[in-house]
Write a protein that binds this ligand. Structure first.
Ligand code: AMP
Length: 618
């Protein structure tokens, strides 16, 4: 293909803890690309179903309770870590799981643009570390995108708002509380230039934490009532988590909500359930300290930006958790300003990613919008540091780039060897704000050797930090006296993201994607329940369903049915004669349906059993 004909579509992606979305520019405006089913948000949940197929999105989310060991949610919280995630007995890195989500989004874009390479702008929380950004970029590449830019979520939200409001110079505060992370930024808009003045956040605070607070509250109730901790049962824990999110969401529109779970866990072969009433006040008391933490960050970011609350013209609330009325009230009373209500908290970030993509591709160049961003944290190296009580001791933090510096930025600083004749030095890189590195976040280290041997004087080493537009750091060091250069990226220092590891991941994922059943064999309106088992394929875990042996066509309905049947059988022991008989009959029908392939009959039997369990308050 000749250079001038070479065009690749570019999309914006919000890779969220809870939901993800993909967007593009259409007629000068950002729009979300819907899924084939017309859905704008894709739940960031991955399931490997009993047939070994990858399922991403709503169907995977629906299976979280029934198949907690086959599914994973909130993987964003693990991005950048070396944690492995086991689903269906197979181990994945967080970026591999994220790649599965991104691949699903890519398919949405493929439907619009046709298959082939696509460029992407992917958003991350402003407070994401270097390795979290690298992991996100790697996930995008594994999914087959050319990742053009990584941008900060609050900046993206400001961009989508800025494009709509180009006239007028204003200062706004973007408060972004999503499922897993919290960010807050002060942004100035001046003659079409959007400038992030300061940004801060917490990469481990979000709606997920609110859910877990409720789970703990439920669990305490069950412990005091039945002496059993449901969190120790993987299914019980998943059921409570699902209920907690439901309760939380209902409490955004109602003042109280009833919980009636007939079966959460089992003790001595008896089903243990949960019945409770949760009021909005009760919920607020469980999460209040977390909201207060976010407010403290808001106060902090105003100070860093050098503005008072009065100087904020607009407050933009982004992220699903800002739907909690108490959050809105708390911000309003802190800033004395009503937050805007015309910003869609679920879509603003994805739309902003498309705006950035449009600015990059030239589709929006006529808008005149220009955006600049900042480094939300300081980055520097470990040095010997004077302290009051002792002489110099190791572990001091010397920032090279200070927080809220506009990016891209290159800064150099000269440091000195600590002993005469020293020819090698280990350089440790950290991000954070504390004067001692042990309180900051370690990014990586590298050895610099070949320093000229000098017994007379300490040798100077010039360390250069380059922090690029993606928020990714590169470090170089140079001996001042010899001019000898040594260029290193932090990524090398961390020994992560190496080509071989990447290629191995790409191969593994490709195999998984190829294992998906041929679309042409599937029903047009394909649903999970309709998926057939490829001939002879086995579920690695238990080998229970062998299509060659018994010619059975198991589906997710079968999997759910088995769980329900097991619950029913467990419950029999606690019932009186007449009730026991009723349930036994329902279970007989269910067991029969489970032997066959008629999914509709199975679903009817499941419904009847569920109704009965509810009627019997089990
Ligand atoms: P995001 O990461 O922006 O997609 O936000 C997802 C988070 O928002 C999840 O923790 C959801 O449970 C939460 N969420 C979504 N809708 C609501 C609502 N109406 N009230 C409270 N939390 C919500």
């Amino acid at each position: 293909m000749s250079e001038e004909n070479f065009w690749r579509p570019i999309v914006g992606i919000d890779l969220g803890t809870t939901n993800s979305a993909i967007s593009y520019i259409r007629n000068g405006k950002p729009e979300i690309i819907p899924s084939a089913k017309g859905e704008l948000l894709l739940p960031s949940v991955v399931l490997i179903d009993p047939l070994g197929n990858i399922v991403v999105g709503k169907d995977a989310k629906d299976a979280l309770v029934a198949m907690p060991d086959r599914s994973i949610a909130a993987v964003k919280r693990k991005m950048g870590s070396l944690d492995n995630i086991t689903i269906a007995g197979e181990s994945f890195s967080p970026q591999e799981i994220s790649a599965l989500i991104l691949k699903e989004l890519k398919q949405q874009a493929d439907q619009m643009y046709g298959e082939g390479e696509k460029e992407a702008v992917i958003t991350v929380p402003a407070y994401f570390t270097d390795e979290q950004r690298r992991a996100t970029k790697e996930a995008g590449e594994l999914a087959g995108f050319v990742v053009e830019r990584i941008i900060n979520e609050p900046t993206a939200a400001a961009l989508s708002f800025g494009l709509e409001n180009l006239q007028g110079d204003r200062t706004f505060l973007v408060y972004d509380l999503g499922g897993g992370t919290f960010d807050v930024s002060v942004v100035e808009m001046f003659s079409g230039v959007l400038e992030v003045k300061a940004s801060t956040g917490d990469r481990m605070l979000g709606g997920e934490d609110f859910d877990w607070r409720l789970v703990d509250w439920f669990a305490e109730k069950m412990i005091s009532q039945y002496g059993v901790d449901p969190r120790e049962d993987i299914r019980g824990k998943a059921a409570l988590k699902e209920e907690a999110e439901r309760v939380k969401i209902v409490l955004s529109s109602e003042t109280s909500v009833s919980v009636m779970l007939p079966l959460v866990t089992v003790k001595d072969n008896r089903p243990i359930g949960l019945t409770a009433e949760v009021s909005r006040e009760q919920f607020i008391s469980l999460i209040e300290d977390l909201i207060v933490q976010t407010l403290e960050r808001v106060t902090g970011v105003l100070q860093e930006a050098g503005v008072t609350a009065n100087a904020i013209d607009e407050v933009l609330l982004v992220g699903g958790s800002t739907r909690i009325p108490y959050v809105r009230e708390a911000i309003r009373s802190l800033l004395g300003k009503e937050p805007r209500s015309d910003v869609n908290p679920d879509e603003a970030v994805a739309l902003g990613a498309a705006v950035q993509a449009g600015l990059k591709s030239g589709l929006l160049s006529e808008s005149g919008l220009i955006a600049t961003d900042v480094a939300p944290f300081s980055m520097g190296i470990a040095v010997l540091k004077e302290s009051v009580s002792v002489r110099a001791r190791p572990g001091g933090f010397a920032p090279v780039i200070t927080r809220n510096t506009t990016i891209p930025v290159t800064r150099s600083q000269t440091f000195y060897t600590s002993a005469p004749g020293q020819t090698a030095v280990s350089i440790e890189i950290y991000q954070g704000e504390h004067e001692w590195v042990k309180h900051n976040h370690f990014l990586g280290e590298f050895m610099l050797d070949g320093i000229p041997e000098n017994w007379e004087n300490y040798e100077g080493i010039k360390v250069t930090f380059r922090y690029n537009l993606n928020g990714i750091l590169e470090v170089a060091a140079e001996s001042v006296s010899s001019g000898k250069q040594m260029s290193v990226t932090v990524q090398d220092a961390l020994n992560r993201d190496s080509r071989e590891v990447f290629e191995e991941s790409a191969r593994r994922l490709q195999k998984l994607w190829e294992a998906v059943p041929d679309e042409t064999d599937a029903d047009e309106d394909e649903d999970l329940d309709d998926w057939d088992l490829p001939p002879g394929e086995l579920d690695e875990d238990d080998g229970e369903w062998d299509s060659e042996e018994d010619d059975l066509t198991p589906t997710l309905a079968h999997e759910d049915g088995r769980i329900l049947a097991q619950r029913g059988h467990n419950a029999l022991a606690v019932l009186k004669d007449t009730e026991q008989k009723k349930l036994s009959q329902a279970l007989l029908a269910l067991d029969e349906a489970l032997q066959g392939e008629d999914v509709e009959a199975l679903e009817r039997a499941m419904e009847a059993t569920t109704d009965l369990l509810i009627e019997l308050e089990l």
